[in-house]
Design a protein around this ligand. Sequence first.
Ligand code: ZN
Length: 291
Amino acid sequence: MKKAREIALHAYYYGTLPMRMRYRRRLEAAGQAPLCVLFYHRVADSHPNGWTIGNREFQRQMRWLKQNADVVSLPEIQTRMRRGRNDRLAVAVTFDDGYAENCEQAIPFLIEHEIPMTYFVALDFVVHARPFPHDLERGIPLPVNTPDQLRQMAASGIEIGAHTRTHCDVGAIADAATMVDEIVTATEELGRLVDRPIRYFAFPYGQTNNLSAAAVHLAGEQGLRGVCSAYGAYNFPGADPFHIQRFHADPEFIRLKNWVTIDRRKVGFGRGYTFPETDVRVVDIAAATIC
Ligand SMILES: [Zn+2]
């Protein structure tokens, strides 16, 4: 089944490549080239799964990205959105969750090749050296990053970002106190842990039903520079730079190539997106934080 899907994706990618190259040139000439933000989870050669990519494959992807796009930081993505003009396809690399094996080869590779990266971690798992529930369910308690690893990464110029305290579904949070703890308090604690200001927040799961207008309001109040979703959409010049939309990158190279070279089926997706009001409403949060 997977094989059939892969063959179909290859056929689609190569069949549409000439057309999409023309489309890319047109967008770049008009200063409207998309800004594509990718998220990975785990780069390792053991225990392959849907959120793991092997080291060699990851390095192949990074080399391909550098050859085919501007590989930039999240602040640069936002600058180009704010400016309302982007003349060359741009890509940014992010990681979610905080798996220890990323420190073995992937992060040294990114540092050596000067590829900017934002690394989002869920605080409790780092502080308590606790494996993620989805790994425990599979019977493979994969190790998470230590606070020391995060501090070393931060010292090497990697941007550390917040990803809640408990890796919760923010869209399902039912009370304001939990929301404040997951979005504000956990982010402040993470900043103290890595001894750096935290500037970005990524919603765990990141699909449209995992997001929350109140959480975005809190992130803004807290002085964060932006929040990331993960439902698979491009960012365009002129869009609100506070919301950075991302594509899932690991582990299939053909899917990554498909997103980065602009899949027209996705171009309209996420445009004008507004964050949903959930059980914890913006007005409740605003009232609670004024008191
Ligand atoms: Zn996550």
